[in-house]
Write a protein that binds this ligand. Sequence first.
Ligand code: HEM
Length: 198
Amino acid sequence: MNTTGTYGRTVTGPERTQRRHPTTPAIRLARRWRQALLVVHILSSAAWIGIDVIVAVLISTGWFADDIDLRSLAYRALANFVVWPMLASGLLCLVTGLVLGLGTKWGLLRYWWVTVKLVLNVALCTLIVTVLQPGMPDVETYGEELLTGTAADDGIWRLFFPPAVSLTCLALATVLAIFKPWGQTRGPKVPTKPRTRP
Ligand code: HEM
């Protein structure tokens, strides 16, 4: 049987068998695998949000606490323990999201809600590596200098930005994942119900 191609061309033979429906997933994902990946995806994004909350608590403690030992400890804990778990959860969220996108009808660039989440995830991971991690030795030094009374308070308040930006983006990504707004980016649209006249 023949089928109709672009501009009404008749498509036969190998060309017809190679074509696939635009919403067919790029990789085949068994139902159990999809469910397992979704569990890991949701857990990793939740872990990422949790680590961001810990970062916000440590920075607030370092800034607002009265006890100088506690302030120093907060900055040194931030410098030593936070960035790598944050990056690991961000990358795990990214990888599982990529496989879920490729393995389901959602695709990666087919729906706005997936595409925007992809951009947010890549941007946040890039910022962790290029901005947050390189600044950590200075944060550690600042924490140590607090104990000796030699700490110069130049720009440490800027540490409030990373958790604020990250938590805002991750909250947006969660809302996008749940509500799936804005429809498709391009290509054939999912057919809608025909309008009925009153
Ligand atoms: C930025 C951080 C991200 C967060 C907080 C996040 C959060 C979530 C949540 C909570 C769900 C479950 C929604 C539901 O089942 O109704 C979900 C599903 C999904 N996410 Fe993400 N996600 C993120 C990044 C990504 C990325 C980067 C991609 C792809 C490139 C992606 C692709 C998907 C897909 C395709 C689903 C639906 C899977 C399915 O129904 O089988 N996500 N995400």
